[in-house]
Design a protein around this ligand. Sequence first.
Ligand code: ARG
Length: 294
Amino acid sequence: MSLSTAPDSFAPVRTAQHRTYLMCRPEHFTVSYSINPWMVPANPTDTDLAVRQWQTLYDAYVALGHEVLLIDPVPGLPDMVYTANGGFTIDGIAYGPRFRFAERAGEEGPFMDWFAANGFDVVEPVETNEGEGDFLLVGDVILAGTGFRSTGDSHREVGEVFGRDVISLTLTDPRFYHLDTAIAVLDPVQGPGAVEHANIAYLPNAFDAASQAVLAERFPDAIHVSDEDGAVFGLNAASDGLHVFISPRATGFAAQLRERGYEPVPLDLSELLLGGGGIKCCTLELRTGRQNLK
Ligand code: ARG
């Protein structure tokens, strides 16, 4: 072996997969109510800064070859920028959201209308659920969060809608009230081999003991993220299998990712954190069911 071989050359080779995302420009972003501990209406917000930071995320996705579709922001719905909560899609089916708090209920119609207008079969939910904020597709299973927003009954419902196994996980720390604030799916590979290669990163302390045990058993190779990196929303990240779009403040997590052959792409969405959201919250993956035909 050549002496010039870099120590990290043993890291696995990662491949970027094409993604299609739904985003919403935060033209009406502000914090006018509080439904999570990050939201303090008395603190000022800067809508222009939110838009500029959001634009850097949009531009990064497009620059790396991903497709980003947009839903029109609606005045009076400042949380609509967090499109991850707008639904959950697999194979051209969109399971609609039903928000826990009245403040966000007005988003349900616009999101379901958007899915219908863009070729998805829309399933109206009966149970309270906040979309991809609490449902994460990993290989062929759905990880589903509960404790603060989506109910256990929605875990049953989402499993029935998509005919997939669901692993229920209970969140216990109010700062990490959605599953996508405590788990990042790194290899959401689709197609043959998807299940064996599925990998995640997570914040163990965000979960109850039973859920920690399930995660440890199911994902023995997962990255365990530190409390410091979790506290800056480091796990609220999007991945295409190679590039991992993360908060620049999550430096430890970035190093863990590099060791394993991923490329962290740091993007600062600090203004949107005032609403309790980060990169993943602003990103809904659209699985149209047509990607395998490309
Ligand atoms: N203010 C929003 C709420 O509390 C933030 C949502 C963040 N979204 C997410 N997918 N974690 O509902």
